[in-house]
Every structure is written in structure tokens, then in C-alpha cells.
Design a protein around this ligand. Structure first.
Ligand SMILES: *Cc1c(COP(=O)(O)O)cnc(C)c1O
Length: 372
């Protein structure tokens, strides 16, 4: 059997261990310390636009805290892109609120601004104005920031920008991760840079950053005793993990280049009448976190996928939309068929920044051999 090719595996720069050793040497083995502060400062500088970053234990924790900070409570409704990973939606349920799913538009595979407006109008008519909108830059491709935020503004509903897959992507001249009332980053093991596990909450004031840090460290009021006037969480990033993040941030732009070059390589080799790739819409620059293809049919998608599996190459269908998930079967939804079609026909190819030329060739040859 040929060596396993992974979908998206961690790619260290070699500079991470220096920061971890510093943490050991100074005994900062805690969910605070110099690496955490420096990683936050590095992310703030990278994203630009004057944002404030709180480093947390995961992207999911960041989505949860954003909903807490927006005052989402039991009985509320939160609009959420249906075509996404479950972590975008689960925190809505943590708050006792109800997710309301909105389908995608074909140009970016992300939340459809038209359908979003339809959903908002209908929820308001039904007497429950949504408390927030969770929009996602799926696979690194920016959602239509102009249109989505225009709708959000018109109805005065805050946006949580799920940028977990889109660090290094841009809309117009701004980095993804600066557009939402809150924005979310993830450093899980499969993301474009990783801390093994981790995330961050991006906001637009020092006060919100410190509220997030307060909530993420058990909400201890300033008092010599353990005094609590809020429910807290244990969501802060550790100083060890932040050391990995510092090393990874130094090579982020190289990682984006490599992933984009993987995508270009696949497109050159595989694009045909029956295989298509998602183009960047106007104003969008994607980090191409995962390279995805659309096949002609569900059967073809499955044949190719199992063919890859038999050759020890990991590949995956696109995310199964949330409105199709058993756990969300009762959630209200606004559909147009786009995400169902994407799920039927779409496949993610191995996309790691550490894939060798030989491995990329093997993927392409395996793909082509399916057609022969
Ligand atoms: C990975 C991911 C998350 C969650 O991030 P974690 O750090 O794994 O908790 C949220 N949303 C999307 C779209 C993701 O891909």
C-alpha cells in the first residue's frame, strides 16, 4: 500500500519549539503568559484594521463567547449558514437558542444575501427577530461581505463572522476576520495554521476583548475572594499552545501561497466538462484552505471518493448542510437547493501545505485513472 496522503495535516515551521522552550524555561505553563500576549499582538498586527484579539481554547469557544457577548439567550433565534461545519451552529444550542438555517449562493458557496433577507423578514413576521447572523467563509472563500453586511445593517442584526477556515483570505483589501461585530478564528490541527487546538475571538474594542478574556477565565470579579457575578467558562488559550501559534504565524503567508498553488495545480490538471472548481468571485482572495471539486453526480462523487480511499488517499465530501443533520431536523430553514447540490456532487482533495510534488502528482494520477 502506498503511503497515506492526508486531507490537511499540521505543517510546523521549526520555529515553534523555541517559544515552547521559553515557556518551560520561565515556567509559564498556564492559560496566560508571554506567548499568549505575543500571539494576540501578532494576530492583531496581521489582521490589521485596528482589531482586538482574545486567544481561546478553540474556535467553537470563540463562537460561543460571541453569542454570550451579544446577549443571545434561551428562546432567541440565530440565523446561521447551513452549508458549514457543525461547530458554527452548536454554540447557538449551548445558549438554549434556536438555529435558523439559510442556504447558500452558488458563487461563493456561502450564505445567500437574498435568502438571508427573506429569512429575516419572515422571522420578524412570525414575531421573533433574530439576535445574530453567523456567516461563514467556507473553505477559505469569502462570503459576499458587502451584500451580507448590508442586509444585516438594514435590519440592525449583528454578524458573527466565522473565519475559522479563512485566515489569510481577503475581501477587497481587508483580511477576513475583521468584518463581523465579532469574528472567529480556529487553530485546530487541520486548519491553515494550527496550535494543535485553539481559536480566537476578534472584536473592535479593547473593552470587548477584555470581556471575552474575563468570561474565558471563569469570570472572576476583581476581589481577593473568589467573587462571581457572571457565569464563566474555562476557554482561555494556554501559553504552551500559543508558542506553537507564534511560530505558525511567522509562516502563514507561505502556507497561503502553497495552498493556492495546490489548487492551481489541480485545476490545471483536472478541470474538464465533468469536473469544475470554484472561481474566486470579484473582490475575493481565498486562502484555498481546501481544494474542492464539483463532479457531475452523486454517483460519480462516490466512485471517485472510494477510488481514492482504496489508494490510501484521504478525501471527503463537502460539509453536509446543517439542515440535513438529524440533530437539527426541527430547526427552521430557508432553502434554495444550492447546498444540497454541493453536498451531492462536491469533494475535497488533499490540500495540505506540506504535500510534496510527488504526492500532488499521485493525487492527480489517481483521479485521472478513475476516468480510464
Ligand atoms: C474548524 C471550524 C470551527 C471550529 O473551530 P475549532 O477550533 O475546531 O473549535 C468553526 N467553524 C468552522 C467553519 C470550522 O471549519
Amino acid at each position: 500500500m502506498d503511503r497515506k496522503i492526508w486531507l490537511s495535516s499540521p505543517h510546523m515551521s521549526g520555529r515553534e519549539q523555541k517559544y515552547i522552550e521559553e515557556a518551560f524555561a520561565t515556567n509559564w505553563i498556564a492559560p496566560l503568559g508571554p506567548n499568549v500576549n505575543a500571539f494576540e499582538a501578532g494576530l492583531e498586527a496581521y489582521l490589521g484594521d485596528g482589531v482586538y484579539v482574545a486567544a481561546l481554547s478553540s474556535g467553537t469557544a470563540a463562537i460561543h463567547l460571541s453569542l454570550v457577548l451579544l446577549g443571545v439567550e434561551a428562546g432567541d433565534e440565530v440565523l446561521c449558514q447551513s452549508m458549514t461545519f457543525s461547530a458554527s451552529a452548536n454554540p447557538i444550542v449551548y445558549q438554549g437558542a434556536t438555529p435558523v438555517f439559510v442556504d447558500s449562493e452558488p458563487d461563493s458557496w456561502n450564505i445567500s444575501p437574498e435568502l438571508l433577507e427573506t429569512a429575516i423578514k419572515d422571522r420578524i413576521k412570525k414575531g421573533n427577530k433574530p439576535k445574530a447572523i453567523i456567516a461563514v467563509h467556507l473553505y477559505g472563500m469569502p462570503y459576499d461581505v458587502d451584500a451580507v453586511h448590508e442586509v444585516a445593517k438594514a435590519y440592525d442584526i449583528p454578524v458573527v463572522e466565522d473565519s475559522a477556515e479563512a485566515l489569510g483570505s481577503r475581501f477587497r483589501d481587508k483580511k477576513c476576520g475583521v468584518f463581523g461585530n465579532f469574528s472567529v478564528l480556529s487553530f485546530n490541527g487541520n486548519k491553515i495554521i494550527t496550535t494543535s487546538g485553539g481559536g480566537a475571538l476578534v472584536s473592535h474594542s479593547d473593552e470587548l476583548k477584555h470581556k471575552a478574556i474575563f468570561l474565558s477565565t471563569q469570570a472572576r470579579d476583581e476581589s481577593p475572594a473568589y467573587l462571581h457575578s457572571h457565569i464563566g467558562y474555562n476557554y482561555r488559550m494556554s501559553n504552551i499552545v500559543a508558542g506553537i501559534g507564534r511560530g505558525q504565524l511567522e509562516v502563514l503567508d507561505d502556507r497561503v501561497k502553497q495552498r493556492r498553488s495546490n489548487h492551481e495545480f489541480y485545476k490545471q490538471a483536472l478541470e474538464s466538462d465533468s469536473i469544475s472548481f470554484l472561481e474566486e468571485p470579484e473582490n475575493c482572495f481565498s486562502n484555498r484552505w481546501l481544494s474542492c471539486v464539483l463532479t457531475k453526480s452523486f454517483e460519480m462523487r462516490e466512485d471517485i471518493r472510494t477510488h481514492f480511499e482504496s489508494k490510501n488517499i484521504e478525501c471527503r465530501p463537502l460539509w453536509k448542510p446543517m439542515h440535513q443533520q438529524p440533530v437539527f431536523k426541527d430547526a427552521p430553514k430557508y432553502l434554495n437547493g444550492v447546498s444540497d447540490r454541493l453536498f451531492e456532487k462536491g469533494l475535497c482533495l488533499p490540500s495540505g501545505s506540506n504535500l510534496t510534488e510527488d504526492e500532488l502528482d499521485r493525487v492527480v494520477q489517481t483521479f485521472k485513472s478513475y476516468f480510464i
